[in-house]
Design a binder for this molecule. Structure first.
Ligand code: COA
Length: 198
């Protein structure tokens, strides 16, 4: 008799996300799909993180996540013609990077550790799409709740997570580095997966 293996976030992750469920636009974003990130992508991620955060992850942070078996996935599409893509970010292999996330599964919980939309691609729905894909994959492997921390001053991220159904359930004092002399609080947010998505 073979023992059944419980599904994990990795095995539930969709290879492709083009399609009706995510409202994709195959004309505007040809060959939209998810890419599992590896060591060859980390320099680009660290560069993008520098442009998106006051306190970015370094290549070492991303490498640590890979080594720990966390989920590292990027939303990518076919690169636009050079003339119209001056601010786009290309990955090795020539795909255009739209955004990426890092998440870890611990028993029946998933923790979102990094969610970033490439600055030139923000406010186009990619952040919400990434959160929804993570949520659906988590549901698929019997996860009961998603968790994350976000800087108290990060209004765009707070608005995104609220619009995806997350609720603020706590505050961690001085959780993040800020200036040389100050630290910033984190808002702890959770999404129980027994409730349907908004
Ligand atoms: C937060 C972040 C991931 C949002 O990604 P995005 O792709 O721009 O988000 P979307 O276009 O999917 O927007 C979804 C919703 O988020 C909210 N939102 C996104 N950007 C916003 C902004 N600048 N101001 C206010 N609300 C914003 C809105 O509610 C938006 O819905 P709407 O467009 O219908 O109003 C992106 O701003 C980012 O990468 N920021 C830097 C890194 C970061 O802070 N990551 C989060 C760490 S916890």
């Amino acid at each position: 008799m073979t023992a059944s293996v419980a599904p994990t976030l990795h095995t539930c992750w969709p290879l492709h996300c083009a399609g009706e469920a995510f409202g994709s636009d195959p004309v505007r974003t040809p060959d939209l799909h998810w890419l599992a990130l590896g060591p060859q992508h980390l320099p680009v991620l660290a560069e993008v993180d520098k442009t998106a955060y006051s306190h970015p992850w370094s290549e070492r942070h991303f490498a640590g996540s890979l080594d720990s078996g966390h989920l590292l996935q990027a939303l990518v599409c076919q690169a636009a013609p050079v003339a119209s893509a001056r601010s786009s970010v290309l990955l090795p292999g020539g795909l255009q990077l739209l955004g990426y996330l890092v998440a870890l599964q611990a028993a029946d919980e998933v923790h979102l550790l990094n969610l970033t939309t490439v600055p030139a691609c923000q406010r186009q729905g990619w952040g919400r799409r990434m959160v929804h894909t993570l949520t659906e994959a988590a549901r698929g492997c019997a996860v009961t709740s998603l968790w994350l921390e976000v800087r108290a001053s990060n209004a765009p991220a707070l608005a995104l997570y609220r619009s995806c159904g997350f609720q603020a359930v706590g505050r961690r004092k001085g959780y993040y580095p800020d200036t040389d002399t100050q630290r910033e609080d984190a808002i702890v947010m959770t999404l129980p997966l027994s409730v349907p998505l908004p």
